[in-house]
Design a protein around this ligand. Sequence first.
Ligand code: COA
Length: 182
Amino acid sequence: MSPFTPKPTITGETVVLRPLVATDAQDLWDDVNDDEARRLTGTHADFTRDQIDRWCATRIDQDDRLDLAVVDRSDGAWLGEVVIHDWDPDNRSCGFRIALRSAARGRGVGTEATKLVVDHVLSDPEVNRVSLEVFDFNERARHVYRKVGFVEEGTLREALWWGDEPHDAIVMSILRREWRSG
Ligand SMILES: CC(C)(COP(=O)(O)OP(=O)(O)OC[C@H]1O[C@@H](n2cnc3c(N)ncnc32)[C@H](O)[C@@H]1OP(=O)(O)O)[C@@H](O)C(=O)NCCC(=O)NCCS
């Protein structure tokens, strides 16, 4: 049992975060094949549809991570996903990532979904730190993370090779004590 064994449904003002399930495979498949999303998330890997089907069907059974669909509160339409992963119980630390589909970007969804998941995770006293990596060219994501309370703490120099050139990855984190004071 970890803080991420129970799978929550989290309701915000305009979005709902709910567990990823088998029937989300088509939406996730569309998103993992979106060129701009692949660039922004530094995704080199190619997936088969079968891999995506199995991935979606098995997320609910994973004890040490949260894979949540971000859906529109008004009609349940898929907007993207948020993931809590790399749970390290000894150090009370986990990782975070988010990817919204292009039509959902730039209208407040990412800010709201990030806040909701951070609030959910850090409200568990077992979790002290949530961290993420973002590429230097992803100014929108960096702005959103800063707004939610993540702090830039270091640079993984030239950690990404994309478009015939190297790019830095920025490590950001939010700690329980900062979240409480925020
Ligand atoms: C990154 C992401 C989660 C942000 O969510 P979003 O819903 O698009 O963002 P929001 O609409 O909530 O907020 C965008 C903010 O960035 C600002 N912004 C937009 N473009 C910007 C830029 N080039 N530079 C700086 N700020 C920018 C907006 O003004 C807004 O800030 P404000 O609310 O203070 O005015 C989303 O765009 C996404 O999933 N992108 C594709 C995948 C990705 O990049 N994932 C992150 C990988 S680390």
